[in-house]
Write a protein that binds this ligand. Sequence first.
Ligand code: 4NP
Length: 149
Amino acid sequence: MVCLGNICRSPLAEGIARHKIKLRDLPWTVDSVGTSGWHQGEGPDKRSVKAAKDNHIDISNLRARQIQLDDLRIFDALITMDAQNYQDVKRLGPDLASDKLFMMTNFLYPNQNKPVPDPYYGDMDGFYEVFDLLDASVDAMIDYFLEEH
Ligand code: 4NP
């Protein structure tokens, strides 16, 4: 799961995905990263922690890190929150990323390239909206990987 800071959107995506993967007893691992290293080592934004907690998911122990080239080698899918994240991952490793780079909301709204909006400069409502969008997108993502790939 890839966003810019790895403190707002992608930790939520990671927490939601971990939760659903566990419920469905799937042998998948999930991690999250930022394209930037601005918040390296920090926990998630308090508002993301709250949005998750209010939905019975604990993300408080996650720590931000910047994406590395090895992530493009290790993981089978790289799922970005917006078009800038998508371009940044592609630029980091065009060959490595080519077959496994996705926009998160495209699992839910195919080919529309809708962003998961960056909630950082907004209020708590934006974080709940991001949670709901990720919750639905992650369900669609799991169905996609189970059904077709
Ligand atoms: P994220 O949100 O990419 O969802 O983690 C942001 C976090 C921090 C900043 C921007 C977006 N920032 O400018 O520090």
